[in-house]
Design a protein around this ligand. Structure first.
Ligand SMILES: *[C@@H]1O[C@H](CO)[C@@H](O)[C@H](O)[C@H]1NC(C)=O
Ligand SMILES: *[C@@H]1O[C@H](CO)[C@@H](O)[C@H](O)[C@H]1NC(C)=O
Ligand SMILES: *[C@@H]1O[C@H](CO)[C@@H](O)[C@H](O)[C@H]1NC(C)=O
Ligand SMILES: *[C@@H]1O[C@H](CO)[C@@H](O)[C@H](O)[C@H]1NC(C)=O
Ligand SMILES: *[C@@H]1O[C@H](CO)[C@@H](O)[C@H](O)[C@H]1NC(C)=O
Ligand SMILES: *[C@@H]1O[C@H](CO)[C@@H](O)[C@H](O)[C@H]1NC(C)=O
Ligand SMILES: *[C@@H]1O[C@H](CO)[C@@H](O)[C@H](O)[C@H]1NC(C)=O
Length: 380
């Protein structure tokens, strides 16, 4: 008898403990004053990628969701909602105090895996820094836009909700990014670099490269070079000498002393001192004037000099790409293991649970949340 009563009593309890995530999440967002975001989430739930994404949010893994305030949605045209919302969700809990100080960067992974443009299943990232005018606020940096947080975040179970003042735009294709104002030294984009890319016909190479780091020279850097003296293949080598093929290095992943083989087959070295961050190749030194400008297939760091030279080494470039691709494949094996973890951060040993189980997913995500954004480069 007692058992029967208990069984009946436990039914509603059980039901409320396992209340469907979505309606509760939506009404919480509405109650917090984010009705437009709640609508967007509702729309998203009707698509298959959307419902998958929402199912992960409803798990117990840590997430940070950047929530655009209501008025931010007014200026939004026709957007791919699944893509845009996935870019607002990071599989980690990011508190304001975790974020790099002004002019330094914190890189956070998102749930957006854009058109398979990056190696493996590497997702697009967010570039975060603390606002220079108000250190309680977070600045999210796009190629030619910024957004700041609005007020303090709120915890909703495993989800940290941080209001922001605009709807974020996922990274654009490289050549579009280079047409935007990027810096005081590239107010109309990098027009000279774009002209050179067109001149030697490297548009497809640059946009087709899967996961690249582009050290793009600004106009002043290219103004001093006499390209008339070079044949087309030599001009191409000069450009390719600024590209690391198959390896996406955000500023947080650059360490003094790092060297790579460029897409022209030349050695590129990275260094940092009190003046800033530098790359050297072929005896030339360039300073990075702006880092972490995101594009669909990688990241751009704007530089103030041309490095490398007209002589390429295609065999060396090809074997560097092969090595980078092999490494990229091992870095993105199981679901949830997304990108490189800096070796200087102690990582607790992973459990012996087989890959793909929720335990190993949780531990991969924790490793990312506790390790990834604690480093930053001394440039912005
Ligand atoms: C969600 O769908 C409703 C109804 O179709 C529409 O009015 C609204 O603009 C959509 N919201 C977003 C953010 O797409
Ligand atoms: C962020 O920090 C605040 C204040 O220290 C705390 O209340 C909140 O729980 C923290 N959130 C997360 C996601 O760690
Ligand atoms: C974004 O913020 C950075 C850092 O404060 C600033 O240098 C830059 O000019 C801002 N860009 C825009 C488009 O507001
Ligand atoms: C800084 O941000 C907080 C929280 O958003 C806000 O209350 C405060 O007025 C801001 N202060 C300044 C000087 O902008
Ligand atoms: C945000 O949190 C900080 C530190 O916990 C607090 O001093 C500040 O008053 C809060 N601001 C708002 C707008 O709630
Ligand atoms: C940028 O473009 C505008 C409009 O075409 C032009 O007036 C300006 O001179 C350009 N600035 C630079 C530095 O090239
Ligand atoms: C930093 O390195 C650059 C490039 O090697 C050099 O020009 C500059 O003088 C160095 N600055 C300091 C403070 O050492």
């Amino acid at each position: 008898m007692l058992r029967a009563v208990l069984a009946v009593l436990s039914l509603p309890l059980l039901a409320s403990a396992q209340a469907p995530f979505l309606p509760t999440f939506q009404s919480t967002l509405s109650n917090l004053g984010f009705g437009r975001f709640a609508d967007a989430i509702k729309n998203l739930s009707t698509t298959s990628t959307g419902s998958e994404l929402l199912a992960s949010l409803g798990s117990s893994l840590p997430y940070t969701v950047y929530v655009p305030v209501n008025e931010a949605w007014d200026s939004i045209g026709n957007v791919d909602l699944a893509k845009v919302l996935a870019y607002h969700i990071s599989p980690s809990s990011i508190n304001t105090t975790d974020i790099a100080p002004p002019r330094r960067h914190t890189i956070a992974y998102t749930e957006l895996r854009q058109d398979q443009a990056l190696p493996g299943r590497q997702p697009q990232v967010l570039v975060l820094e603390t606002s220079p005018v108000n250190d309680t606020r977070v600045l999210i940096r796009g190629a030619d836009w910024n957004t700041t947080s609005r007020g303090n975040g709120t915890a909703y179970g495993n989800i940290w909700l941080q209001p922001i003042d605009r709807v974020l735009s996922p990274p654009l294709p490289l050549l579009d990014v280079l047409r935007h104002p990027l810096d005081s030294s590239a107010v109309n984009g990098t027009t000279a670099a774009l002209a050179l890319i067109n001149n030697v016909g490297l548009q497809d190479t640059f946009t087709g490269c899967k996961g690249c780091t582009f050290f793009i020279p600004n106009d002043a850097a290219l103004a001093g070079i006499n390209f008339d003296a070079l044949v087309s293949s030599q001009r191409a080598n000069v450009l390719l000498g600024h590209v690391i093929n198959g390896d996406v290095r955000y500023s947080t992943e650059l360490d003094a002393g790092d060297t790579w083989i460029s897409a022209a087959g030349q050695t590129v070295a990275y260094g940092v001192n009190a003046t800033g961050a530098f790359i050297t190749s072929g005896g030339a030194i360039a300073r990075i004037v702006r880092s972490d400008i995101l594009c669909t297939n990688g990241v751009v760091h704007l530089v103030n000099r041309v490095i490398g030279g007209p002589i390429g080494n295609p065999d060396r470039a090809a074997s560097a790409l092969t090595a980078a691709s092999v490494l990229a494949a091992t870095q993105t094996t199981a679901d949830g293991i997304i990108g490189r973890i800096p070796t200087s951060i102690p990582i607790s040993p992973t459990s012996s649970t087989p890959p793909g189980s929720s335990q190993s997913r949780a531990s991969a995500r924790r490793r990312i949340s506790s390790g990834f954004w604690m480093r930053w480069l001394h440039i912005a």
